[in-house]
Design a protein around this ligand. Structure first.
Ligand code: FES
Length: 635
């Protein structure tokens, strides 16, 4: 099916459809070039080693033909051209010897679906900080594709479907190569095919992967790919210097990118797309990424664990190295999601950041939960040097900006209520507020027993340093009941309640209690801030629907979900572990494809689901409220 230019975020005037003649001409040039080159080699018209240069250029050109055929931009959806498109795609893949057309197409689909995702994007392999780091990665990209396809995507249905044709290709190529060596044409094989394949792959990896996606941090639709303009680049890269256009409209032929770019440039600039001018007027060439303000779905990076220590009997603090990472600016009170592979499944959870904004490391506290997949894994297996996927920062559980800048009135006080690990965002709110303004802070915190008290020593030290400003009341639930109305009222004593900002992090019941008490005390709703990673589970109302969620590892879960409930809420209530993290539509970890059925979103404008993703039939498990029976599959 051809892309409908009106159905995507920025509509453009569609160039004429039909067979992409420019790509067919390019294919003809490649075939003619190879024929001439092999003839020249056979007639010994040029030294054999010299043939590698034109052979590399031909392989480089051939890639664009294979690439466009894989995207369906050659036939542009017209049924009558499909056979031509596939034939051309297969022939164009021959110079790449170990990368069959169908196999490449599936791998490349994953690159488009998960651009810049550290685990899921196969092209993240080439993401070195500089050219010298990127070069060895570029050299090994093709073997990495083979590994990614055979190991990481072995459960992927589409990838498995490509294996029969790929196997035939590999057998055919192996036979040809063995026959050439056996017949004494080993030198021809090396100079005309193997060496050019390696050289072209390196060039392609650098010009089509590395440069367009640097610094590989952002996954936002308009930020995950760059456009870099300069004299001759369009022809040197066969249009891939307009790589963002290709990612926005993958079915557009390569020679149309510039035309569409000129049409939609104002809208791209509005979206803060990364458009660089190598030489010229707009701005100097830079490989830096846009400011975090432009990030639509947060940054995703892999960070090494540099420190772990025990903060109480059942919690550890993990610190990840942020030095050299640009653009991961977070505010006090925000959280990240941490993902890792456990038994071939990606497990993701949310954790509040406990390090202060601007620190060179990113610290989180992980409390061991009985049966908690990721918390137990981190407690038992997280070692210094291990790398983890971190996404974020997320959340608006932050200080009012006036407090962060220190310009607020000194009479503004903070009222904080936390239970257990809910203390983690409070810790950074307290340290930041103590540093940035002069109001009072009252913290009401509840732990089971002294041994379970997270960050008790740090908080005691802060009280010693700021006895006039910080007051802490601790409720030990082993000795008495949980936090009640009187505790909340008592914590607010001596504060100008109508000038306070109040924060609560804990279970839904505690949040509701705080809201009731604070509202009764006269605190305006906009000054009350709640944070929870628990999903509210409303009693079922309205029609109930059958929802089947199929995970990438083949597991299927069937749930009965009422129209006022979310799929993730019901799954968690039943102890079913579906991919998710924040639970509130921020992180996108629970993104799934609707195969069948209809739903509405709890928060229709949540950041974790882009407009075009919704249009493509995707939904978030944490936001999905069914309106019919649903078939969902993990992406
Ligand atoms: S769990 Fe984060 S968006 Fe759904």
């Amino acid at each position: 099916m051809s892309v409908d230019p009106q159905s995507i975020d920025i509509p453009y005037e569609q160039p004429s459809a039909g067979l992409a003649c420019g790509t067919v001409v390019l294919f003809a040039v490649v075939v003619t070039g190879y024929a001439a080159l092999w003839l020249a080699a056979a007639l010994e018209l040029m030294p054999l080693p010299l043939t590698s240069v034109p052979a590399t250029i031909l392989a480089y050109l051939s890639f664009t033909v294979m690439h466009d055929a894989g995207h369906g931009s050659l036939a542009q959806g017209e049924q009558r051209y499909l056979v031509i498109e596939r034939t051309i795609g297969w022939v164009a893949s021959i110079p790449f010897l170990i990368v069959p057309f169908s196999f490449f197409t599936r791998i490349h689909d994953h690159h488009h679906a998960f651009t810049n995702h550290p685990d899921k994007d196969p092209d993240q392999w080439v993401s070195g900080a500089n050219l010298w780091q990127a070069l060895p990665q570029a050299l090994t990209l093709l073997p990495h594709y083979a590994y990614h396809g055979l190991v990481r995507l072995r459960h992927d249905h589409n990838m498995r479907a490509s294996w029969p044709s790929s196997t035939i290709y590999w057998l055919a190529m192996a036979t040809v190569m063995v026959a050439m060596v056996a017949q004494g044409y080993g030198a021809e094989l090396w100079w005309l095919l193997v060496l050019p394949m390696c050289a072209a792959s390196v060039l392609l990896a650098l010009l089509f992967d590395w440069v367009p996606h640097r610094p590989n941090l952002h996954q936002g639709r308009y930020q995950n790919t760059r456009i870099y303009l300069g004299f001759g680049l369009r022809w040197l890269t066969l249009g891939q210097n307009y790589h963002l256009i290709h990612h926005l409209y993958p079915k557009l032929p390569w020679y149309r990118y510039r035309q569409v770019f000129e049409q939609i440039r104002p809208q791209l600039e509005q979206q803060q797309a990364n458009i660089d001018q190598i030489s010229g007027l707009r701005k100097p060439f830079s490989l830096s990424h846009p400011s975090t303000n432009a990030v639509l779905t947060g940054v995703v990076i892999t960070l090494p664990l540099v420190k772990r220590y025990r903060v109480c009997v059942d919690a550890i603090e993990l610190s990840f190295d942020l030095s050299g990472v640009d653009g991961f600016d977070f505010a006090a009170g925000q959280y990240i999601t941490l993902s890792t592979q456990i038994d071939n499944t990606t497990v993701t959870r949310s954790y509040s950041i406990v390090s202060p904004p601007g620190a060179h490391s990113l610290a989180i506290a992980v409390k061991r939960k009985d049966g908690g997949l990721l918390s137990c894994y981190l407690h038992d297996h997280a070692r210094i040097g291990m790398r983890f996927t971190i996404a974020g920062p997320y959340g608006d559980f932050v200080l009012p900006s006036a407090l962060e800048t220190g310009s607020a009135s000194t009479s503004v006080d903070l009222l904080l209520v936390a239970v257990g690990s809910g203390i983690t965002p409070m810790l950074t709110l307290i340290t930041t507020a103590l540093e940035c303004y002069r109001g009072k802070i009252s913290l009401l915190v509840s732990h089971r027993a002294t041994a379970n008290g997270l960050y008790m020593k740090q908080l005691d030290r802060l009280v010693q340093h700021h006895p006039q400003r910080l007051h802490i009341t601790t409720v030990w639930t082993e000795q008495r009941n949980r936090i009640g109305c009187t505790d909340i009222e008592f914590a607010a004593k001596g504060m100008l309640i109508d000038k306070c900002h109040a924060y609560v992090c804990g279970p839904a019941a505690l949040q509701q209690l705080c809201i009731n008490v604070w509202t009764a005390m006269g605190l305006a709703a906009e000054r009350q801030h709640c944070e929870t990673f628990e999903l509210p589970m409303d009693a079922p109302q309205g029609e109930r629907h059958q929802v089947v969620v199929t995970l990438r590892n083949g597991c299927r879960h069937q749930l009965t979900v009422a129209e006022n409930q979310t799929v993730l809420g019901v799954a968690r209530a039943q102890g079913i572990d579906l991919p998710s993290a924040c639970g509130n539509g921020h992180c996108g970890s629970c993104l799934v494809q609707k195969q069948q059925g209809d739903d509405v979103l709890l928060a229709p404008n949540c950041a974790g689901l882009l407009v075009n993703e919704r249009q493509q039939g995707k939904t978030l498990l944490c936001q999905c409220q069914p309106r019919t029976n649903l078939l969902l599959s993990e992406l």
